[in-house]
Design a protein around this ligand. Structure first.
Ligand code: CU
Length: 691
């Protein structure tokens, strides 16, 4: 099947055999249909890497851990369910991350809810990563697009509604983590409707000789999805709510108290007259509370208790029309955010650290696809107008005068910030032959987010950097501009598939913290009072990222397969001699699998080299390399029941990845300031049933 050529080299083919009504668009009849037919569904192309929760071999509740196994990708671990995926050295909103096709702004100023927080692994159908810059029709995101698809029931082939379900449950011994979830629904050729729900809970995870305190989590998701089609027209409607309960974030100053997040999405996909047309509207509402006293040991003084409340509402709309080989479209987005810091012991202590920030964007794009003597290509360009503004910050009566004065000073320099950006992407590839080259050339932009631009109060909010530094934003930031070339070949030679890539990206106006200048004494004084005498301010600098990644599958004999990935990225400042912060070291994995078609067993070695190319600006320390071993298995029990799982960290080694956050929680078996180690030896079992 085409999956194994397009997808993760570790795919277990027999486990992918889902019933026809599920696995929506998992098997594209024609690769790249997405670029010629106007369609709300993105289809796989040779420019995608894809994996799914069963064949992807990851036991963490966090979908980011699964995506991180793809070549070029890595996991930034900020807590059990707060992981971010890094791809070719880019992370956070430099990547275009979607859940169920929907783009939205996270609610936490420190990204305690990065986008993949809303894609529980137990509900995942698949994750795909575009190998190279995303097409311009996906919006102005700078790097790859990461799309986490949740399970849903697709249209069936018959005239009558037939029941469909895909359910799974899993257990992981390291954190006594339990998860259950799935979809149940009805589908006919015209109608589909399904419920989706999951429940996950885990405790503090075990490490060799102890536990990592404050790493437990608790998350519930539920919702409804429906679709109707008649002729060539389709309508879809989705609603989903996620309720995250108290969950630990040891690399941050606070833990999650709750996230209550609603997603609504409506789509039309069909024709206007004879022209293909689609329209998608989305709304996401995040409500979030966090504190520094409920899960972790509370501060010594009642004056140091903090409870922060944050909100983010995102509206998105996209309309696309196909005219011959050209697709044109308009899209837009509004984001409203706020963050209030309070002290539960003192009602007069309240600070609007992001005071009603509103950002909007409206854009237009055109894309075309063409053939050039056996080569496929698509070319697109877009232009966007952006505006961001914040209300003048408010503070309560009990807030220190120094902070009240800074709020007043911020109000005098407060102004709407407007930008115009343009992007262009050219993608060229071949779909046949033993050697299939591909090349993605892009100019992409990113407008600074609310935290980078409007965070006026020195705090640790940094969109999840978790480097222990205190940051402030800068309203006058310019948009980042990235020029990139990503090239590779897919070599398909009998039993061997080898897909190496090389990339180079140059980013002007790269937003990064630099020392707050002495001309801002109030900010330095407040930061010093909060324990960091050398705070950082968001600044446009110049950067470059380059490297290579590859995956390999070798079907040695019909039942034995070797597969692996390797990823390397180097991130540097161009304006000064320094490295970029939190960049994955050289890393990879290699697995040998015995697969009979009804059961399989894999032995896997994963590892990373030491990272000593670290950022002096962010005060980043070097970290040693590590190697660990895992065992994975899968059994097809018949009757559409599959059993899969494994033993991770087989030799119970204590190691920490370079990208893991540093523990800040006292009275843990991980010292304060140490990187959070990987879980100790852990058994993982997952049972899935599809009918
Ligand atoms: Cu938070």
């Amino acid at each position: 099947m085409s999956y194994r050529l397009l997808g993760s080299a570790a795919a277990l083919p027999f486990l992918l055999a889902a019933p026809p009504a599920l696995a929506e668009e998992a098997e594209p009849a024609a690769p790249l249909t997405d670029t010629i037919v106007v369609s709300g569904q993105r289809l796989s192309t040779p420019l995608d890497s894809r994996t799914d929760p069963v064949s992807g071999h990851a036991s963490a509740p966090d979908a980011a851990a699964l995506a991180a196994r793809l070549p070029g990708a890595a996991l930034i671990n900020n807590g059990g369910i707060s992981g971010q995926v890094q791809y070719r050295g880019l992370f956070s909103d430099r990547l275009a991350i979607r859940v169920g096709g929907q783009s939205f702004q996270t609610g936490g100023p420190n990204a305690m809810d990065p986008p993949l927080h809303y894609a529980p692994a137990i509900l995942l159908e698949s994750i795909s990563v575009s190998r190279g810059a995303a097409p311009v029709s996906e919006g102005p995101g700078m790097g790859a697009m990461v799309d986490a698809r949740l399970k849903s029931v697709d249209f069936d082939t018959g005239p009558d509604l037939a029941p469909v379900a895909s359910l799974a449950t899993s257990y992981r011994s390291a954190d006594e983590g339990f998860a259950a979830g799935g979809v149940v629904g009805l589908a006919s050729e015209r109608t589909r409707i399904n419920l989706i729900a999951s429940w996950e809970e885990g405790g503090d995870y075990r490490i060799p000789r102890g536990r990592a305190r404050d790493t437990g989590y608790d998350r519930v998701t539920y919702g409804l999805s429906a679709g109707f089609r008649t002729g060539g027209n389709r309508l879809s409607l989705d609603y989903r709510r996620q309720e995250t309960g108290p969950s630990g974030n040891p690399p941050f100053a606070m833990d999650i108290d709750y996230f209550h997040t609603d997603f609504v999405r409506a789509g039309f996909d069909g024709k206007i007259g004879t022209l293909p047309f689609d329209l998608t509207l989305g709304f996401t509402d995040v409500r979030h509370g966090m504190n520094n006293y409920a899960l972790r040991p509370p501060p010594a003084s009642p004056a140091q208790y903090r409870y922060s409340y944050a909100e983010a509402q995102t509206f998105t709309g996209t309309a696309r029309l196909g005219i011959g080989p050209v697709r044109i479209g308009v899209d837009g987005m509004t984001i409203d955010r706020l963050v209030n810091i309070t002290n539960p012991n003192n009602p007069a202590f309240v600070i609007g650290s992001l005071e009603n920030v509103r950002q909007w964007r409206i854009g237009a794009f055109a894309e075309t696809r063409f053939d050039l003597g056996g080569w496929q290509a698509d070319l697109g360009a877009r232009i966007d107008r952006h505006e961001g503004r914040m209300a003048n910050p408010l503070v309560g009566a009990a807030v220190p005068a120094m902070i009240a004065n800074l709020a007043a000073a911020t109000a005098t320099g407060n102004a709407p910030r407007r930008d115009t950006t343009w992007d262009a992407v050219l993608r060229i590839w071949r779909e046949d032959g033993a050697v299939r080259p591909r090349l993605v050339l892009a100019r992409k932009t990113r407008v600074p987010n609310a935290v980078e631009r409007f965070s006026w109060l020195p705090t640790e909010a940094s969109g999840g950097l978790a480097d222990g530094n205190i940051y402030i934003g800068r309203q006058s930031l310019k948009p980042e501009v990235s020029w990139s070339a990503e090239a590779g070949v897919d070599v398909i030679a009998g039993p061997v598939t080898f897909r190496p890539s090389l990339f180079y990206r140059r980013i002007d106006h790269y937003v990064q913290g630099t020392p707050v200048p002495a001309t801002m004494p109030a900010q330095i004084a407040i930061a010093t009072m909060n324990g960091d005498a050398t705070p950082l301010i968001a600044t446009n600098v110049d950067a470059e990222l380059y490297g290579f990644d590859a995956d390999l599958t070798w079907q040695i004999v019909p039942q034995v397969r070797l597969d692996g990935t390797v990823s390397y990225v180097r991130g540097k400042r161009r304006d000064i001699a320094d490295n970029l912060y939190r960049i994955a070291p050289l890393n990879g994995r290699l697995a040998l699998t015995w697969d009979t078609g009804t059961w399989s067993l894999s032995g896997e070695v994963i590892g990373a080299a030491r990272q000593n190319k670290v950022s002096a600006t962010n005060g980043e320390a070097a970290s040693p390399g590590w190697v660990a071993a895992n065992l994975w298995f899968g059994v097809d029990l018949g009757g559409a029941i599959t059993l899969s799982g494994g033993v991770e960290n087989l030799f119970d080694r204590r190691y920490a990845d370079h990208l893991a956050g540093r523990n800040r929680v006292p009275l843990s078996d991980v010292a304060v300031g140490d990187k959070l180690p990987a879980p100790g030896r852990s058994l993982f079992v997952r049972v899935g049933i599809d009918f």
